[in-house]
Design a protein around this ligand. Structure first.
Ligand code: NAI
Length: 298
C-alpha cells in the first residue's frame, strides 16, 4: 500500500519549524498542496518571523506546492481567512494537522494566570478554532482528516507543565467528540502524542537522544493518521521510530446498595472500583451510564 496525498490540500499549523515543518515537507513530497501556517514566534509565543515562508521555499525547491500563512491560531478570523485562501487556490481542504504550540513552563505555585491562559489558548482553543474553520468545508466534501497534537504531559502528567498538560489532554477530549460528530461525513479525527528533539525539547534531551528523536521519525505516524486509510478516535504515541496507542478506559466498577451509599461505603469497595479486570474502552460518553445500568441490573 502506498500512501499518497495527490490532489489533497493540507493545512499544518505551526509548520515553520520542528515537527510541523517535517509533516509539511513529507505531505508535499507525497503530492499534497500544503498551507504552511506559522506566526514564527519564540518558544514562549512572543514575536513573529518569516519561518512559514522559509518552509514554503524548501517545499517549492523540492518541486512541491505550498503557500505560507502567518496567521495566529489564536485568532479565529485569521484561521477562517487561511481556509478561504486555500480553497480559493486549490478548491478544498482535506487534511488539518493542529500542531502549533508554545511553552510557558513553571511549577503551578509559580505560574502566572496569564501563562496558564496563553498556553491553553494556543494549544486547545487554537486547535478548536482551526478545526472550526475547516469543519464545514470537510462536511461539504464528505472528506476530512484531522490530527490533534497531545503530549505525554497531557496523558500522563509532567512537573512544571500544568497549563500545557491541561490543554493537551483537552485535545484528546476534543478528538473524542469530533470523531463522533464527523463520522457521517467521513471526517476522521485522531490524536498524536509525539516525542521529538526540537527547540521545544532541546534543553531536556541529552545530545545523543536529540538525534535519535528527530522529528522525521514522528512523521510516519502523523501522515498515516491523516491518510485516506486513517483510523479514527485513536491516541497514538510516536518517537524515534517506535509507536504505541493510549486508551481512556473504564473499569467494570461496583455498586453500593441503597442505604450504604456513603463515603465509608466507597472506601470499603474502593479496591473493587479500581480493579482493572474486564476494563473496557468506551467509544462514547453514553457508555458510562450504560455500564452503570448494567451493573445495577446485576
Ligand atoms: P516547535 O516550537 O518547533 O514548533 C511549534 C511551532 O508552532 C513553532 O514553529 C511556533 O512558531 C508555532 N506557533 C506557536 N504559536 C503559534 C500560533 N499562535 N499560531 C501559529 N503558529 C504558532 O516545537 P515542536 O516540538 O515541533 O512542537 C510541535 C507540537 O508538538 C506542539 O503542539 C508541541 O506541544 C507538540 N509536542 C512536542 C513534543 C516534542 O517532544 N517535541 C512532545 C509532545 C508534544
Amino acid at each position: 500500500m502506498t500512501i499518497s496525498f495527490k490532489d489533497r490540500v493540507a493545512i499544518v499549523t505551526g509548520a515553520g519549524g520542528g515537527l510541523g515543518r517535517a509533516y509539511a515537507l513529507e505531505l508535499a513530497a507525497r503530492g499534497a498542496k500544503v498551507v504552511v501556517n506559522d506566526l514564527g514566534g519564540a518558544r514562549d509565543g512572543t514575536g513573529t518571523s518569516d519561518a512559514a515562508e522559509k518552509v514554503v521555499e524548501e517545499i517549492k525547491a523540492a518541486g512541491g506546492e505550498a503557500m505560507a500563512n502567518g496567521g495566529s491560531v489564536t485568532e479565529y478570523e485569521q484561521m477562517v481567512e487561511m481556509v478561504a485562501k486555500a480553497k480559493e487556490a486549490w478548491g478544498g481542504v482535506h487534511v488539518l494537522i493542529n500542531n502549533a504550540g508554545i511553552l510557558r513552563d513553571k511549577s503551578f505555585a509559580k505560574m502566572e494566570p496569564a501563562d496558564f491562559d496563553l498556553v491553553v489558548k494556543v494549544h486547545l482553543v487554537g486547535s478548536g478554532y482551526c478545526t472550526k474553520a475547516v469543519w464545514e468545508t470537510m462536511r461539504e466534501q464528505n472528506y476530512g482528516r484531522i490530527l490533534m497534537t497531545a503530549s505525554s504531559t497531557g496523558l500522563y502528567g509532567n512537573f512544571g507543565q500544568a497549563n500545557y498538560g491541561a490543554a493537551k489532554l483537552g485535545l484528546a477530549g476534543l478528538t473524542k467528540t469530533l470523531y463522533l460528530e464527523g463520522a457521517k461525513n467521513n471526517i476522521k479525527v485522531n490524536t498524536l502524542a509525539p516525542v521529538a528533539g526540537t527547540r521545544m525539547t532541546e534543553d531536556i534531551f541529552p545530545p545523543e537522544a536529540f538525534a535519535q528523536f528527530k522529528p522525521e521519525n514522528v512523521v510516519p505516524a502523523a501522515l498515516y493518521l491523516v491518510s485516506e486509510e486513517a483510523p479514527t478516535n485513536m491516541i497514538i504515541g510516536a518517537g524515534a521510530g517506535a509507536f504505541h496507542a493510549a486508551y481512556v478506559t473504564m473499569t467494570q466498577g461496583a455498586a453500593l446498595p441503597e442505604g450504604e451509599r456513603t463515603p465509608e461505603g466507597v472506601a470499603r469497595i474502593f479496591d473493587k472500583i479500581i480493579d482493572r479486570t474486564g476494563e473496557t474502552v468506551p467509544q462514547s460518553g453514553s457508555e458510562q451510564a450504560m455500564t452503570i445500568m448494567r451493573l445495577l441490573q446485576g
